[in-house]
Design a protein around this ligand. Structure first.
Ligand SMILES: Cc1cc2nc3c(=O)[nH]c(=O)nc-3n(C[C@H](O)[C@H](O)[C@H](O)COP(=O)(O)OP(=O)(O)OC[C@H]3O[C@@H](n4cnc5c(N)ncnc54)[C@H](O)[C@@H]3O)c2cc1C
Length: 807
């Protein structure tokens, strides 16, 4: 049984101790620098308002689990969750429309949500101004977490199972030995530890610094006030009966506290605070996580609040605070074991809303090696190097505070700080009028204005206002032009590693599902599975030599995982930044590439899924015969210093073949027509290869992680499947993350959705129950408040015989 030290007794630390002890991991010490059960962290003063709806399925499920858990906890005979429901109100047509979209996020994970009329909203919350509202999103099971009380109940339950909680015990240092944690040094002495879990909330960066870890966390002050008792609330008898309320259009939220209202406000300028500057318990006026109230930032809050709750006009504010809590660069928490130090785990930047769900996933991760829910969005090892710099963390954290309630399009990138990273082709892409979005910090063209001339030849169907944001009909023209001739795609932003050294083959065979015992020069698409046969990633392995592999991976999580697992003789190196990649895809790609090399690259000499080191003009390249868009074509890699020369060489020679530069929009449309899945969107660790339609990527036999479970799966008894839905009307555009419906009931959810320009149909890949996954099954997709009919179609829709790719 490992010795575990948890740092911090806020909602996360207490809940984690509870979850671990429930699983039999009872050798636990929770060290807390404050006093139990009100230690002075964010949990100690937060109003505990819980809105479960979230664009991320994982976050919504964390919230759902938190509500379920807290609802079942009793503190001195009273529940730890007041299920008063929630209202998010809309005062503009745009917000009203968005509430329908948000209802879709909720219902697809089983959260009971619907958009209601102003009259119904008024009935639920009589203080609202009916005439200001156009409607509201009503979530029946939202409410108020009594987090402090819950901490005590969970903490005491953990203690009853053997855990120790020590207050007034501040962690000062972390001891390490042989690359592992060894002990925590505190004001009350040293505690040995095999595993340390930092649940230190806003102090997370300070604990991180003790082990040399930069955490992408920015503590920010947030304003919250309570009114004096209001006569309008005098008739209420209990702590809270009114639904909690959000008016995102004015950056406000509200909750009832007996006869008072709490008013929270995100409309002020961001107020970042460094973790080192947070006052210690004995000096802080109220508690360390509360800064003195700054009335100048509050200006405007009550005027906006009064617009929707007129009774606030006469209300007096009697309590006010600038409370501190954490924001991250991408709005997701930090979870998991840090790759920089074995045994050092983190669960931070977590709202109360998600606290118990996060703790459960952490406990499963520690005990079983993997959580039940897909947590790649939250993995502490996901960050790019630039996301760990203090300037970036502060700027993006602050911007995320500003945008916390903004109505954001799924494709909307941050406007600043940009550009952060550019690929070696950026100059040329700018010259061609690239419309750039951001990927891993890189500027990546979505389409090129220079291709506007193609519109006279290639048409796309019209789109509604929402789906035409960050979109252009040029995307369709680029896709069609590539299918007719040839296109150049910048694929540099996809990550690449080298795995080199004696034993590399055996190592990769152990971790991946691929049949890699092929000659150097071969390429294999395969998967990384966990023990449960859940898909951890999909990767493309290029065998360059006997002990030399070049691998296209999905994220830093993959890279860290492979690095951690590699034996001493095998070197795993991230070569993304030092290299560039171009996709040369389309029926004319071979003629074009052949015109630049003296090597024979005919189908016989360089077949499908084969690679060759050669020169294109003066540029040394690795030419890989594969394409993610379902066309004859090549992924071409070279070192970053040759980037412009490579682009220019292909560009010059390409004129003759109708070469265009094509953006990510065309790429995505084409890959979906071909049924190519995107990891993290179409499949995650919650899915096995059979369900995801990827069993072809798993070798027969065993010897790889997850094999035992995978081989025991009965394909005839799967309960869910990823299917290709074809919408009845080409003008019905969906964007992804919508619920899939059948006879008015939610039966699944959309992953990727794009218009297939070659086939002239709108496609949406979706997870549905196996019994509805047969071709011809009639379903619908709920887009805002419309149900679009769709039918399960052939997967893939484009070139199922692979003639294009293999010819
Ligand atoms: C004003 C305000 C309103 C909010 N409203 C909501 C809301 O309505 N809904 C919602 O979901 N969330 C809300 N939040 C956010 C939420 O409160 C926090 O995200 C959450 O409480 C964090 O929980 P935690 O357990 O991670 O951290 P904390 O509760 O801060 O606990 C961390 C603990 O670690 C201890 N610690 C730190 N360093 C050390 C050390 N070196 N040694 C020992 N112990 C240490 C601290 O003393 C602290 O007790 C709000 C936050 C604020 C400030």
């Amino acid at each position: 049984m490992p010795k575990i030290v948890i740092i911090g007794a806020g909602i996360v630390g207490c809940s984690l101790a509870d979850e671990l002890t429930e699983r039999g991991y009872c050798d636990i010490v929770v060290v807390e620098k404050g006093k139990l059960w009100n230690p002075g962290g964010s949990t100690s003063h937060a109003p505990g308002v819980v809105f479960q709806t979230n664009g991320s399925r994982t976050m919504a499920q964390f919230a759902k689990q938190t509500v379920e858990k807290l609802s079942n906890l009793q503190h001195t005979g009273e529940t730890c969750f007041l299920k008063v429901g929630s209202l998010e109100i809309a005062t503009t047509p745009e917000r009203l429309a968005d509430l329908h979209r948000r209802a879709g996020f909720a219902v697809q994970v089983g959260i009971n949500a619907r958009v209601i009329s102003p009259d119904e909203a008024l009935q639920l919350h009589p203080l609202l101004d009916r005439d200001k509202m156009l409607g509201a999103l009503y979530v029946t099971d939202d409410g108020i977490a009594r987090a402090k009380q819950a901490d005590e109940v969970m903490g005491k339950r953990a203690i009853s199972r053997g855990a120790q909680f020590i207050s007034d015990c501040e962690v000062l240092a972390i001891d390490q030995q042989d690359g592992r944690v060894n002990a925590v040094q505190t004001t009350q002495g040293s505690f040995p530890a095999d595993i340390i879990v930092s649940c230190a909330g806003i102090w997370g960066p300070k604990i991180g610094a003790m082990v040399g870890m930069s955490k992408s966390i920015q503590p920010l002050a947030h304003q919250l006030c309570y009114t004096a008792p209001m006569p309008e609330l005098a008739s209420y008898k209990t702590e809270a009966e009114l639904p909690v309320l959000r008016h995102q259009g004015s950056d406000l939220y509200f909750k009832q506290r007996g006869h008072s209202l709490a008013v929270g406000w995100y409309g002020h300028r961001p107020l970042p605070v460094r973790a080192e500057d947070i006052l210690p318990c004995d000096i802080a006026e109220l508690m360390p996580s509360q800064m003195p109230f700054t009335p100048e930032e509050w200006k405007g809050a009550m005027e906006h609040a009064t617009e929707v709750i007129p009774a606030l006009k006469n209300a007096r504010i009697t309590e006010s605070m600038n409370g501190l809590f954490s924001f991250t660069v991408d709005n997701f928490p930090l979870m998991g074991e840090w790759s920089g130090l074995k045994g050092f785990w983190v669960a931070e930047a977590v709202w109360i809303t998600h606290g118990c769900g996060v703790a459960r996933a952490m406990a499963e991760w520690i005990v079983n090696g993997h959580p039940t829910l897909a947590v790649h969005e939250c993995d502490v090892n996901r960050f790019e190097a630039h996301q760990l710099g203090s300037q970036h963390i502060e700027e993006r954290g602050a911007q995320n505070y500003v945008e916390v309630y903004d109505l954001l399009h799924p494709l909307q990138p941050m406007e600043s700080p940009r550009p952060i990273r550019t690929t070696g082709f950026y100059l040329r892409q700018q010259e061609l009028g690239g419309f750039f979005l951001e990927a891993s910090g890189y500027e990546r063209p979505q389409w090129y204005e220079a291709n506007a001339g193609l519109l006279s030849r290639y048409k796309s169907p019209r789109r509604d206002e929402w789906s035409s944001k960050f979109w252009s009909p040029i995307i369709g023209a680029e896709a069609l032009s590539v299918r007719d001739a040839v296109g150049l795609f910048d694929i540099t932003t996809l990550k690449r590693i080298e795995v080199i050294g004696k034993g590399a083959l055996e190592f990769l065979e152990r971790l991946t599902t691929g049949n890699l015992r092929k000659k150097p020069g071969s390429i294999t698409y395969c998967l990384l599975l966990n023990e449960r046969a859940g898909i951890m990633s999909d990767i493309t392995v290029m065998r360059r030599g006997e002990h030399d592999f070049f691998i296209g991976v999905n994220s830093n999580i993959d890279i860290n995982y492979l690095k951690q697992s590699a034996p001493d003789t095998v070197h795993v190196k991230d070569i993304t930044a030092g290299t560039v990649g171009l996709g040369l895809f389309g029926p004319k790609s071979r003629e074009l590439a052949q015109s630049l090399t003296r090597d024979n690259i005919s189908n016989e000499a360089l077949g499908y899924f084969k690679l060759k080191n050669t020169y294109l003009g003066h540029v040394p390249v690795m030419l890989c015969r594969l394409s993610y868009v379902g066309e004859l074509g090549y992924e071409i890699y070279t070192s970053a210093d040759f980037a412009l020369k490579l682009w220019d060489t292909l560009w010059q020679a390409g004129k003759k073949y109708g070469l265009i530069a094509a953006g990510r929009g065309a790429f995505n449309s084409m890959r979906l027509e071909k049924g190519y899945r995107s990891y993290g969107v179409d499949m995650t660790s919650e899915h096995n290869p059979h369900e995801a339609g990827l069993s072809f990527a798993v070798r027969k036999g065993g010897g790889y992680k997850g094999a035992e479970t995978f081989n025991a799966i009965n394909r005839d008894t799967l309960n869910k499947r990823l299917v290709c839905l074809v919408l009845e009307s080409p003008e019905h555009v969906v964007l992804g993350k919508e619920p899939v419906m059948r006879q008015g009931n939610v039966v699944g959810y959309v992953t990727s959705a794009y218009f297939g320009h070659t086939i002239g149909k709108q496609l949406a890949y979706a997870w549905v129950p196996a019994e509805l996954s047969k071709e011809g099954s009639k379903l619908s997709i709920r887009y805002f408040n419309c149900d679009y009919p769709a039918i399960v179609g052939q997967d893939p829709q484009f070139d199922p015989q692979m003639t294009r790719l293999r010819s």
